[in-house]
Design a protein around this ligand. Structure first.
Ligand SMILES: Cc1ncc(COP(=O)(O)O)c(C=O)c1O
Length: 374
């Protein structure tokens, strides 16, 4: 007898209230919409140098392995990361982008309806969505108006049922780095069951002394999360990792889908880790771009938040085109930057450092639009 089941709208309550993920604008979409030959994307904090030549070579050489499953647990990459950072391999967890690491942290650390997780507002969009998907209460303490961190307000959100605190440093979208002493004081003040996760997706651009890594041994309740999407130029391959307390890493491995990090991604990550030259070149280019863009935008009268990252948050001066207008006018000229409406910051925009040529193009168009020569 055929099934009479028709109620396909019945889903978990957490799922029923989900909005579709709003992806960033793609180069192809904008090229087609405005009939443009060239589109520059400075919206997703990707690497301006693209994929390192050494990694491209490795990807080509390993294309023939794509029919095989990766080795479950990615032991080679785990060993390489442990050696690179000088930490015990039992602390390393790797996943399909930091996105997967974030998702699993909620599901592993927090009991739905019992525990809560805490972060600042605004924060990286995946934190609230994955908390929701896990059925975990997500509390947010507002950042200060200038987007510096208000740790007192953050602490006010934390109680005995808080099992996860997530802080991004340098932060997205502001680019501000959290003072290490504040992070350490926070770690020391947390309830016993609480893990502090510092998302260091952009830390390589912040320079020496910006990471908690050298102080990790003093703080058994702190985890660091990083990614190959930014300084290593591998956003499309999806490789994220974390240095965790060993017991948590062990549970994360037990529940991770066994092959979530694919075989080519793993080879690329191993090669990228060895490619110090590309990493240094990326950092130098980003720092130069950051300076050029920040000072030029300030000259145009924009307010620019000081950034330790590979992107800058800014708002146009009053009395001229606003953020939405500037964003739309840049799109028409083939430059995609990030509107920050979804972060609750409609008056602000975020642009990442590109190549020297891309930066010059962005600045030329921005100047023209702000001066009314649109
Ligand atoms: C703060 C922050 N964390 C994590 C990620 C995600 O990184 P991945 O590409 O490794 O998933 C991003 C990506 O933009 C980010 O901005």
């Amino acid at each position: 007898m055929p099934s009479t089941f028709t109620s396909f709208n019945d889903v978990r309550p957490e799922v029923a209230s989900f909005e579709s993920y709003e992806p960033g604008l793609s180069i192809a979409e904008i090229a087609e919409r405005y009939g443009l030959d060239r589109v520059v994307k400075l919206a997703s904090n990707e690497n301006p140098l693209g994929v390192s030549p050494k990694v491209r070579e490795v990807l080509r050489a390993h294309a023939v392995d794509a029919f095989r499953y990766p080795q479950a647990g990615n032991p080679r990459l785990v060993r390489a990361l442990a050696a690179y950072y000088g930490v015990d391999g039992k602390r390393i967890f790797v996943g399909n982008g930091s996105d997967e690491v974030i998702d699993l942290l909620f599901r592993v650390r927090a009991v739905p309806g019992v525990h809560n997780a805490v972060a600042f507002r605004p924060c990286f969009g995946l934190y609230p969505t994955q908390a929701k998907m896990a059925g975990v209460e997500f509390r947010q303490a507002p950042l200060n108006e200038d987007l510096t961190f208000d740790f007192r307000r953050l602490r006010d959100c934390i109680d005995e049922d808080t099992t996860l605190v997530l802080i991004t440093s340098p932060d997205n979208p502001s680019g501000r780095a959290a003072p290490l002493e504040e992070l350490e004081a926070l770690a020391d003040s947390l309830p016993p069951a609480c893990l502090l996760v510092v998302d260091e997706a952009y830390v390589e651009f912040a320079g020496e002394g910006s990471s908690l890594l050298p102080r990790l041994d003093r703080h058994p309740n702190v985890a660091l999360m990083r990614t190959f999407s930014k300084v290593y130029g591998l956003a499309g391959l999806r490789i994220g990792y974390a240095i965790l307390p060993p017991a948590i890493a062990d549970y994360m491995w037990r529940v991770r889908l066994p092959f979530s990090l694919n075989i080519l991604a793993e080879e690329a990550a191993l090669a990228a880790l060895q490619d110090g030259e590309f990493r240094e070149e990326t950092i130098a280019l980003v720092r130069r771009g950051r300076e050029t863009i920040s000072s030029a935008l300030r000259e145009m009268g924009c307010e620019v938040i000081p950034s330790s990252s590979n992107f800058m948050m800014f708002r146009p001066p009053a009395g001229g085109p606003g953020a939405a207008e500037l964003h739309a006018a840049l799109l028409r000229r083939g430059v995609i930057i990030r509107a920050l409406r979804s972060y609750g910051l409609p008056g602000w925009l975020r642009v990442n450092a590109g190549t020297d040529e891309e930066n010059a193009l962005f600045l030329r168009f921005t100047r023209e639009i702000l001066e009314g020569k649109a």
